[in-house]
Design a protein around this ligand. Structure first.
Ligand SMILES: [Zn+2]
Length: 289
């Protein structure tokens, strides 16, 4: 059906007709030096043409973003608060949509994964979920699946992220540079005891150990170890619903640093808290600590 026929029949205008005017304006702007040269007003110079293009592109990008943000705000205004929060967060958690599917890099998604991810991105529930939770027998829905501590789902999502990081690190470095569950000694190293000395219970009590998720050798610089600890959080959980998701993740990142950073530095190791939300929002740029 041609656009003219579509107009006559009263069907909604397709995207190319609604965006034609803005695309035309952008084209006029970006080719302004070229047009002036064709009309004989200016001599054509490649340098000037490139300068005009470089100056205009950021402006066009800014205008497009403003237009799309306005359209999105109009659409989500009448939605329930929780749905609006999920959809607006999609601007920061949608990197997976622009990843090129590749079997080699492990970035391909199955049909079900893709459909589920899209539905969750727009605050919709997949239609074919099980009726009851395997772990606790309660009525199952997306919210329950993200929060239930009994069925192993919460630990599974943590382990999936950990395994993905481990896989990426072993490809980027070498498999022998990566190992699981490195020990973190939370207290000061105890004094050396001789074989004859009686074990001192108060000293033994100070020997507290915890585990990180991964240790990568040579991540920031050659010959150094870095411990990574993963945390995956549902930022729409009841206790976080009134807070900004980015702030929730930042607070958890600080909490992990407070707990493990000094202990890791004491072991001559760097530490990275890898804190993300269940929909892929990251706590921030990764820096060595
Ligand atoms: Zn359950």
């Amino acid at each position: 059906m041609s656009p003219r026929e579509a107009c006559r029949l009263g069907t909604p205008r397709p995207y190319y007709s609604t965006s034609a005017q803005s695309n035309f304006d952008a084209s006029i702007l970006i080719c302004s030096h070229l047009l002036a040269a064709l009309r004989g007003r200016d001599p054509f110079r490649t340098v000037d043409h490139l300068a005009v293009m470089n100056a205009v592109k950021p402006e066009l990008k800014f205008r497009s973003r403003e237009r799309y943000d306005l359209a999105l705000d109009t659409i989500v205004t009448n939605l329930p608060c929780d749905d609006r929060r999920t959809i607006l967060r999609g601007k920061d958690s949608g990197q997976w949509l622009s990843a090129v599917p590749s079997t080699f890099n492990g970035t391909e998604l199955s049909k079900q994964e893709f459909q589920d991810a899209l539905l969750l991105r727009y605050a919709k529930s997949p239609g074919d979920l099980q009726s009851h939770c395997d772990g606790c027998g309660a009525t199952f829905n997306v919210r329950h699946g993200l929060a239930c501590k009994h069925g192993g789902l919460v630990i599974s999502r943590h382990n999936e992220i950990r395994d993905e990081l481990s896989d990426l690190a072993s490809k980027a470095f070498s498999p022998s540079s990566v190992r699981d569950e490195p020990k973190i000694h939370l207290s000061r190293p105890v004094e050396k005891q001789t074989a004859l000395a009686q074990p001192n219970p108060s000293v033994a009590k100070t020997q507290k150990e915890d585990c990180g998720d991964l240790l990568i050798r040579g991540l920031w610089s050659r010959g150094t170890d870095c411990i990574i600890d993963v945390r995956v959080t549902d930022t729409d959980a009841k206790s976080y619903r009134s807070k900004d998701p980015a702030k929730v993740l930042e607070a958890q990142e600080r909490e992990k640093k407070k707990k493990y950073l000094q202990a890791c530095l004491g072991q001559r190791r760097n530490f990275i808290p890898f804190v993300v939300s269940t929909d892929g929002l990251s706590a921030g740029k990764r820096k060595p600590c």
